[in-house]
Design a protein around this ligand. Sequence first.
Ligand SMILES: C[S@@+](CC[C@H](N)C(=O)[O-])C[C@H]1O[C@@H](n2cnc3c(N)ncnc32)[C@H](O)[C@@H]1O
Length: 276
Amino acid sequence: MTTPPAAKATPFLKWAGGKGRLLAQYAPYFPRDAGTYYEPFCGGGAVFFARAPERAVLADINPELVNVYTCVRDDVEGVIARLREHAAQHNSTYYYTVRAQQPGDLALVARAARLIYLNHTCFNGLYRENARGEFNVPLGRYTNPAICDVANLRAACRALQGAAILHAPFDHVLERALPGDLVYFDPPYVPLSATSRFTSYSRHTFGPAEQTHLRDVFVELARRGVRALLSNSDCAVTRDLYRDFPIVTITAARAINARADRRGKISEILVRNWPT
Ligand SMILES: C[S@@+](CC[C@H](N)C(=O)[O-])C[C@H]1O[C@@H](n2cnc3c(N)ncnc32)[C@H](O)[C@@H]1O
C-alpha cells in the first residue's frame, strides 16, 4: 500500500493582494525548471505555497510576518499550542487585549501566534499599523473565525523546510540570486486612483521612487540571467516602466475592499524579464 501524498499547504494568513485566485492564470508563465525560487514581497505567500519549491528564499520588510514564517518552519507545534489558547479565549475584550500587547515583549513563538490570531479575527484580515508601528485594525465581524487550522499549519511547516526566510528589502535579492534562479515580485501596486490606499501596508511607503528602483532591479536580474516575473496594477505608469518587456494582462477580482460595490473585476499585469 502506498501512502497518499501529504496535502499541499495554502496560505495560512489573509493578506492584502493575496494571489490565491490568480494562480491558474499565472501557471503558464512560471517556468518549471528553475533553480532557487525567490519571493521578495512574500506577504501571504500564495505563489510560494502553490509552487512548493524545494529551495526558496522568502523575504518581506514586515518583521512580524517574517517571524511568523520562521516560527511555523521551526516550531509549528509551539505555534499551534499558543493558537489553541487564543481560540479558546477569543472574544471582543480578549482581541483588544492581545492587540495591545507589544510584540517585542513576547517570546518569538507567542509573537507569531499573536499575529496569526489577530489576522484571522480582525476586520477583513487587514494588516495596518499606526505611525508607531503598532497593529491597529479593529475586530472583524466573524461568528466563528477559523483561528487554528492545524493540518494546514503543519503542511506549511513542511513546505517551508527548504526556505530561507529573511527580513530584508526587495533589492536584497540582487545579493543572492544566481543565473537560472527564478524571482517572483508582487510589490505594493501602483495606485489606480488618488484615493487607492493599497500601498499602505505598514509605515513603509512604496511610492514612485521605489517602483522605479524595483524596475531597475528587474532589469539588472535580466542582465545577469536571473529570470523574474512581476505583478502590478494595469495602468499607464506600469506599462511605461516595463515597456521593454513582455506584458500579459491578468483579470483579477478586488479581494479586499470594505465596500462590496467596489469589489468588481480589474486587470493587472504580469511582466516577464526574459524573451519567450
Ligand atoms: C502585495 S503584498 C504581497 C502579496 C503576496 N504575494 C500574497 O500572495 O499574499 C506586498 C508585500 O510586500 C511587503 N513590502 C512592502 N515594501 C517592501 C519592501 N520595500 N521590501 C520588501 N517587502 C516589502 C509588504 O510587507 C507586503 O507583505
